[in-house]
Design a protein around this ligand. Structure first.
Ligand code: S3P
Length: 430
């Protein structure tokens, strides 16, 4: 297990580029693998999750050639994998791939690490089975990974998502590509739109209308080049760091700003943050300003679901009590993030309260921050969750004292260069 200690407060200064967006990277590899002509992908995430998806499409028969770091050429064509496919820590990888292979004429077994094996798979098994898929899960009720999927001819369905999940929507829409008729997914709350947008860009007939998306079966013709923009979920760590320490002025370059991904910026702005977005370049600049508490409504959560750990750090440093509603989905992420956030805040000497599906975080900012506070030496366990590890490291950089992050190696899931970028932006040395 690797450990780092980050001491603060540290100013966040300069310009950074974060890894390619993880959600888009997974889909780029899959959509390219479904085509039959070479597709160059630029700016692919270098995180382990995406490496696993790359290996998965290779195991299924696609060819992937390295061009340079972050750049590959994929030539599609799926013939089936000889062995079980291991997706590591990636819930997105396993769920999207399940949809992608459910309509093929081969059998695929998909598996992951102990975290993935605990995550609910019934949310994809139910709609895919309604399409006629044959999926054999593990565990009581057969709703856990590993999943064995016997490819079948599928039928189109109309499905209303019981939980707001872009992974479930994506799995169903990928399965729909070879169904007997159109498939419509209704979304009570909008989630990230990458699958439908990227399928449309690959020549598939897609219609999105007022919370519903319909995909018609058809050939996937990937574009010659797919460019993956910077990951807003990774940018959030640096931007929150800059918001919280006096003298900071940091820009993250070329960040994806599309729908249902930039919700954390709205939350930070409501907290009073000094954030400027250049919508043509995707550059986001953050400068220090004292933050105040806010309320995050349940309907906002899908738009900032992965940013709640770092927003919790912001809330802990703001003035007043921040309330986050509708947190149930956080319990089924890479770890139970509700418990992990509560544990992190307690380890940092901060207060929070969980009341059903509502999280309340009492900030130590404003007038209470001006009371002398003894610099602490805090220890936070990542629980093997990349976003918890990075949030805790930023907590170390913005507070007085130091934070030791145990299980820091989890950051390789999505951001292998996180420690390097912490050094670049704050001057921290390991
Ligand atoms: C993702 C969707 C979200 C998000 C995850 C990536 C995607 O998960 O938390 O990191 O790429 O579709 P859910 O679909 O479970 O909400």
């Amino acid at each position: 297990m690797s450990t780092i200690t980050v001491d603060g407060p540290r100013r966040f200064i300069g310009r950074l580029r974060v890894p390619g967006d993880k959600s888009i990277s997974h889909r780029a590899l899959m959509i390219a693998a479904l085509g039959h002509r070479p597709c160059r992908i630029r700016g692919l995430s270098d995180g382990d999750d995406v490496v696993h998806t790359r290996r998965a499409v290779q195991a299924l028969g696609a060819q992937v050639e390295n061009i340079e770091p972050g750049e590959v050429t994929v030539t599609g064509g799926l013939s089936g994998a000889r062995e079980s496919i291991y997706l590591g820590n990636s819930g997105t990888g396993i769920r999207l791939l399940a949809g992608m292979v459910a309509n093929r004429d081969f059998v695929t077994t998909l598996d992951g690490d102990s975290s993935v094996r605990r995550r609910p798979m019934d949310r994809i098994i139910v709609p895919l089975s309604a399409m006629g898929a044959s999926i054999l899960g593990s565990g009581a009720g057969g709703s856990l990974a590993p999943l064995t999927i016997e490819g079948r001819a599928l039928r189109g369905i109309e499905y209303t998502l019981p939980v707001a999940s872009a992974q479930v929507k994506g799995a169903v829409l990928l399965a729909a590509l070879r169904a007997g008729g159109p498939t419509t997914v209704h979304e009570p709350v909008p989630t990230r739109t990458h699958t439908e947008e990227m399928l449309a860009a690959a020549g598939v007939r897609v219609e999105s209308d007022n919370g519903s998306v319909t995909v018609w079966p058809g050939e996937v013709v990937p574009p010659h080049t797919l460019r993956v923009p910077g990951d807003p979920s990774q940018a959030a760590f640096w931007l929150v760091g800059a918001c919280l320490t006096a003298g900071s002025d940091l820009t993250v370059e070329s960040v994806y700003l599309g729908r249902a991904r930039a919700g954390f910026l709205d939350v930070l702005r409501r907290m009073g943050a000094d954030i400027a977005v250049d919508s043509s370049s995707g550059d986001i600049r953050a400068r220090y300003r004292e933050l105040r508490a806010t309320r995050v409504a349940a309907g906002e959560l899908p738009g900032c679901i992965d940013e709640i750990p770092i927003l919790a750090v912001a809330a802990a440093m703001a003035e007043g009590v921040t309330v986050v509603e509708g947190i149930a989905e956080l319990r089924v992420k890479e770890t139970d993030r509700v418990a992990a956030i509560a544990e992190m805040l307690a380890a940092l000497g901060r207060q929070c309260r969980i009341d059903g599906d509502t999280l309340e975080i009492t900030g130590g900012g404003g007038s209470s921050a001006r009371k002398p506070r003894k610099p602490g030496r805090w220890i936070v366990d990542s629980r093997g969750d990349h976003r918890m590890a990075m949030a805790a490291a930023i907590a170390g950089a913005v507070g007085a004292g130091s934070v030791t992050v145990e299980g820091f190696e989890a950051t390789t899931t999505s951001y292998p260069g996180f420690a390097r970028d912490l050094s670049r932006s704050t001057g921290w040395t390991p």
